[in-house]
Write a protein that binds this ligand. Structure first.
Ligand SMILES: Cc1cc2nc3c(=O)[nH]c(=O)nc-3n(C[C@H](O)[C@H](O)[C@H](O)COP(=O)(O)OP(=O)(O)OC[C@H]3O[C@@H](n4cnc5c(N)ncnc54)[C@H](O)[C@@H]3O)c2cc1C
Length: 375
């Protein structure tokens, strides 16, 4: 039996932990529960109409979205956690036809896009009554994931599979036949180390002589506790930074900001509130119906790389040190699949080294050894 320590209990780390074969691995997850992107996130799973040109990223996001069917079955996720509620795309009317054509062409490789329908003004209002009557594009396969509820649910399943949890900030000390990780003043030894700590991967690897191309990005969103029956409302995707994400029980999220200069700051700001409300204002029939309901902030730290693409895989080339980070704004879509791919490669250890090149550039493009030290 080998021991694996996973540093970072967000969506990648937890999905990885729960897919690892408990007959092969003793698994420990260390998480400091600060700034976590997963539990702050908006929850939109709908990558197909992205204008990003990075083909590897699109391939990963497409397969990540398709993976939800398996994820829902494997862990019995109910609609409170993941709901295929559909997405409404709000764009100027003259762009909708071209977007519908793009959706049709992408559906050939991604049937999970589902039904693609141009909605007229009345149909849009019926689908999401808070919006002004306007033509929109509806994609039935889009979904919403409650990141926080997902982690709580997966944690219970992981416990049943003997995964151990430690709360605290981890530091990697050294490698001498096994890894020595310091948490809460105690040493933890393990054969394999997986770093799924978002932008924290940088600080964890620096003492080992690595430079990591990953930075923190602050994201803020607003959460409204409304009296509306939102359970079956679709997600509304706007062109700017003001997507509207209805969850169950009247909860509606509005977000999110992308703040590159805020580093690790987690303070909610009035400027963000203003920006988000201004962004959505013209799309709402009566904005005060939303604005007058009780409101709270959610703030998290995303990880992003120079080319805004994620990386994951074997850092050491020796099967003992792995990292996955840089998921940016689409990590709820790609994160579970990355966790699954990593777990599958561990569960098949001894076989050929896993090849993730269809999904991302080599890890060595993002994680570089700059000074000699152990591994
Ligand atoms: C406001 C916001 C809205 C978003 N909306 C969407 C969306 O609509 N759709 C979508 O697909 N994605 C969205 N995302 C992106 C998505 O949430 C992230 O990309 C994804 O959750 C990242 O997961 P992760 O597991 O890599 O990292 P995280 O969830 O950030 O988890 C990393 C964990 O590592 C811990 N950690 C760090 N360093 C250490 C250490 N030294 N010791 C112990 N623990 C450590 C952190 O505390 C954290 O808990 C959003 C993100 C934000 C912030």
């Amino acid at each position: 039996m080998k021991t694996i320590t996973i540093i970072g209990g967000g969506i990648i780390g937890m999905t990885l932990a729960v897919y690892l074969d408990p007959t092969q691995y003793e698994v420990t997850v260390v998480d400091q529960h600060i700034g976590q992107a997963t539990s702050a996130s908006a929850g939109i799973i709908s990558p197909w109409l992205s204008k990003r040109r990075n083909k590897k990223w699109y391939h990963l996001a497409q397969d990540g979205a398709a993976f939800f069917e398996k994820l829902v079955k494997d862990f019995a996720l109910d609609r409170r956690i993941y709901a295929p509620s559909g997405t409404l795309i709000l764009r100027p009317e003259e762009e909708l036809l071209a977007l519908a054509a793009l959706a049709e062409s992408r559906k050939k490789a991604a049937p999970e896009i589902g039904e693609i329908q141009l909605l007229n003004r009345t149909q849009t209002k019926q689908a999401l009554p808070l919006l002004k009557a306007r033509p929109t594009l509806f994609i039935s396969g889009g979904g919403r994931l409650d990141g926080r509820a997902y982690l709580l649910h997966i944690r219970e399943i992981a416990k049943q599979r003997n995964v151990q949890f430690i709360e605290g900030k981890a530091m990697i000390q050294k490698y001498s036949g096994s890894w020595d990780v310091l948490v809460n003043g105690q040493s933890l030894h393990s054969d394999i180390l997986c770093l799924t700590a978002g932008p924290g991967v940088h600080g964890l690897l620096a003492p080992l002589g690595y430079q990591v191309d990953v930075r923190p990005q602050k994201g803020q969103l607003l959460s409204f506790a409304t009296p509306f029956k939102t359970d079956d409302w679709p997600v509304a995707m706007l062109a700017g930074e003001g997507d509207l994400i209805p969850f169950a029980n009247g909860n509606i999220l509005l977000g999110a900001t992308h703040e590159n200069d805020a580093k690790w700051d987690l303070t909610p700001t009035q400027a963000a509130k203003q920006q988000l409300m201004t962004g959505i204002h013209d799309f709402l029939e009566e904005p005060n119906l939303l604005y007058q309901t009780p409101l709270s902030f959610r703030v998290g730290t995303r990880a992003y790389t120079s080319d805004f693409a994620p990386f994951f895989g074997d850092v050491s080339g020796q099967g003992i040190l792995y990292a996955a980070s840089g998921l940016g704004s689409s990590g709820l879509t790609t994160g579970p699949y990355i966790g699954y791919l990593l777990a599958s490669s561990f569960n098949q250890s001894g076989q050929q080294r896993a090849d993730f090149s269809q999904y991302s550039k080599p890890v060595s493009d993002y994680v570089r050894k700059i000074s000699p030290s152990s591994h």
